[in-house]
Structure formats: structure tokens, C-alpha cells
Ligand binder design. Structure first.
Ligand code: TRP
Length: 344
């Protein structure tokens, strides 16, 4: 695998050699953790001229829950967040799993290329099973990394911006691509072995000091208004030390708040800490609230605009799905030819 530094260099010299596949499970609105963790980077890549496919993983999300709650609503919220942060549907393709049959069909040959033992070893799946809200481990839960390989390979994505937790899935995707090429390629490369582009953004904590997550009610969603943001941050956990310093190991909550302000203001958390000095936690929270609200104001304004135009929203998804289907159909045709199952 290429390192992130090597990849960044190649992206700058020739963005057009890359096709990014990235995406999210539709579980609701995206938050600041998503934004600085990945959304910001996706828009940067798009604006550098890298072609991008953004998948809304509406099959993978079935591994999260037993009940089918408002999936359509969640999908629309996700599209709104994408548009608001600057994903441009004229340049990037936003689509859903369920609308692209040929993508899903790739799952079958791909399943034949991995062993049950390999699936069993995946640490991220193990972790998700341990924290699962489902009553039993489903076959889909067990095999979703193979499905994720289909997400990436259907469009021959060769660059996948991810966090650490997704690396096992990417390794499996590379294995599947390699084995498919070896078994069926007859000397040609049908699928690329995609590279992971690791996010350099440090993790933001939620307002309770644990991982920022919608289900923990500790997240500042992009769509929250300024008052809600102020209220959430007012209740944020800090510590009893009045003098504010950036020290992620010893003072995780205070440091995460400093980081949040710093990311929004494009400066270092140490600088933010120095400005606050001995003014205490209340002053820190005020600084963070102002920084976040100022940074998110244009994103929130765009989101409100797009939310009014439901027709545009639906058209974005319809056109994205059409584009994804065309690409998936072409890949499946190639796969059929390689596998000698082209009967027409
Ligand atoms: N597994 C990712 C998550 O939980 C979502 C996802 C689905 C994805 N398919 C993908 C990410 C393909 C990257 C590439 O957030």
C-alpha cells in the first residue's frame, strides 16, 4: 500500500489518476466529528479535481438496527449535509446501495474469494458485534466488509479516505481485487487494489468527553442552530483546573474543546489556549461556541436553502443513482466476460 504522504503528492501532481469512493451509513444528521474527520477532506479532494463517488450505505445500515426507522428521512438528511458542506453533484456522484443492482451482484463472486476464517478475524466487525444493538449476529453483519469491497470496486475506486477503523475492510478489498484478478483476469487487471488515504485530523470528543456520536447525544450536528450549539457546549464536560492548557493526555475534554475552536479558526489549539489563559472553562466554552457558530454559519445557511428545495434533493439522488448504475453495469459486464458467464 502507498503511504498517505506519497498519495498526497501524487494527488497534487495528477488528481485525475484517482477515483475516490467514500460514504456513510444513513443514521441521521452528520456532526462536527464527521466534518473535520472526513467531509472537509472529501470536498478538498473534489476541489483538487479528483473524481468522487459518495455512497449512502442503505444496506450496510441494516447491520445497525433491528427496526427499519425513517430510512428515507435519514438518506435525505445525509444528502442535505453533503450539499451543505460543498459536495457538488455536477462533479461528484451521490448514490445509494439499494438503487444499484449490479453493485450488489458483485457481492456473490466476491464472497467466493474469502474464507469464513478471514471474515471471523476482522477486528472492526468483532467490535461492532460486541456493541451491536441487534439480538443476534446476522449474516449481513458478518459479511458486510465484502459488500464494502463491492462498494469500492464496482466503480474501480482506487483511493478511499478512511479512519483507522476502516483499514481492515480496505485490506480485505485489496485481497479480493487481487484474488479476482489472479483467478479470472487472464493477465489483465480487472480491479485496482485501492489505497487508503488516512485522515490526519485528530479525533474530536463529544460534549461528555467520550467519542462524538449521534446516539450518545453528545454531538454538535452540522444542522444544529446557533442556540442549540451554545446550549450543548455550555453543558460540555471540562475539569476543575482554571488555567486552560492544551494537554490531550491529561486533559482530554478541555483539549478537545480547544481543538474544536482551533479547527474552526484555522490556528493551533495551543494558540487558542494561550488566548484564554486563566479565564477558565466558561470563557473556553464561549470561545468554542463563537468559533463553531461562525464557521458553520455559511454551511447552515446553505443547508436551509437546500432543505427548501426537495425537488432538487430528489433529482440529485436520482441522477447520482443513474450514473452509478451505468458504471456498475459496465463493470458487471466485464466481470461476466472474465468469469465466462457472458451468455448473451
Ligand atoms: N463502513 C463505513 C462506515 O461505517 C461506510 C461505508 C460503506 C464505506 N461503504 C463504504 C466507507 C465504502 C468507505 C468505502 O462509516
Amino acid at each position: 500500500m502507498n503511504t498517505t504522504v506519497q498519495l498526497e503528492e501524487r494527488i497534487l501532481t495528477d488528481p485525475r489518476q484517482f477515483r475516490v469512493l467514500t460514504g456513510d451509513r444513513p443514521t441521521g444528521r452528520l456532526h462536527l466529528g464527521h466534518y473535520f474527520g472526513t467531509l472537509h477532506n472529501r470536498v478538498r479532494l473534489q476541489d483538487l479535481g479528483v473524481e468522487m463517488f459518495v455512497i449512502i450505505a442503505d444496506y450496510q445500515v441494516l447491520t445497525d438496527r433491528d427496526v427499519a426507522d425513517d430510512l428515507t428521512g435519514h438518506v435525505e438528511e445525509l444528502v442535505l449535509d453533503y450539499l451543505a458542506v460543498g459536495v457538488d453533484p455536477a462533479r461528484s456522484t451521490i448514490f445509494t446501495h439499494s438503487a444499484v443492482p449490479a453493485l450488489n451482484q458483485l457481492m456473490l463472486p466476491f464472497l467466493s474469494l474469502v474464507s469464513v476464517a478471514e471474515l471471523n478475524r476482522n477486528p472492526t466487525v468483532k467490535d461492532e458485534i460486541a456493541h451491536s444493538r441487534q439480538s443476534a449476529v446476522s449474516g449481513l453483519m458478518f459479511t458486510y466488509p465484502v459488500h464494502q469491497a463491492a462498494d469500492i470496486l464496482f466503480c474501480k475506486g482506487n483511493l478511499v479516505p478512511v479512519g483507522q477503523d476502516q483499514l481492515p475492510h480496505l485490506e480485505l478489498t485489496r485481497t479480493i481485487a487481487r484474488r479476482f484478478n489472479d483467478r479470472y483476469g487472464d493477465g489483465t487487471v480487472v480491479f485496482p487494489e485501492p489505497d487508503a488515504l488516512l485522515s490526519s485530523a485528530p479525533l474530536l470528543l463529544g460534549t461528555d468527553g467520550t467519542k462524538m456520536s449521534k446516539s450518545r447525544r453528545n454531538a454538535i450536528s452540522l444542522a444544529a442552530d446557533a442556540d442549540e450549539t451554545a446550549r450543548l457546549l455550555k453543558g460540555a464536560r471540562t475539569d476543575s483546573e482554571r488555567h486552560i492548557t492544551y494537554d490531550p493526555a491529561a486533559r482530554p475534554e478541555v483539549s478537545s474543546l480547544l481543538l474544536m475552536a482551533a479547527l474552526c479558526q484555522n490556528r493551533t489549539p495551543e494558540e487558542v489556549a494561550d488566548d484564554i489563559g486563566s479565564a477558565g472553562a466558561a470563557a473556553l466554552k464561549k470561545t468554542v461556541t463563537d468559533a463553531v457558530n461562525e464557521y458553520l454559519a455559511p454551511i447552515r445557511a446553505r443547508r436551509t436553502e437546500y432543505a427548501r428545495d426537495r425537488a432538487f434533493l430528489r433529482r440529485t439522488l436520482r441522477e447520482g443513482n443513474e450514473r452509478a448504475r451505468a458504471v456498475a453495469d459496465a463493470t458487471l459486464t466485464e466481470v461476466r466476460a472474465a468469469m465466462n458467464s457472458h451468455y448473451r
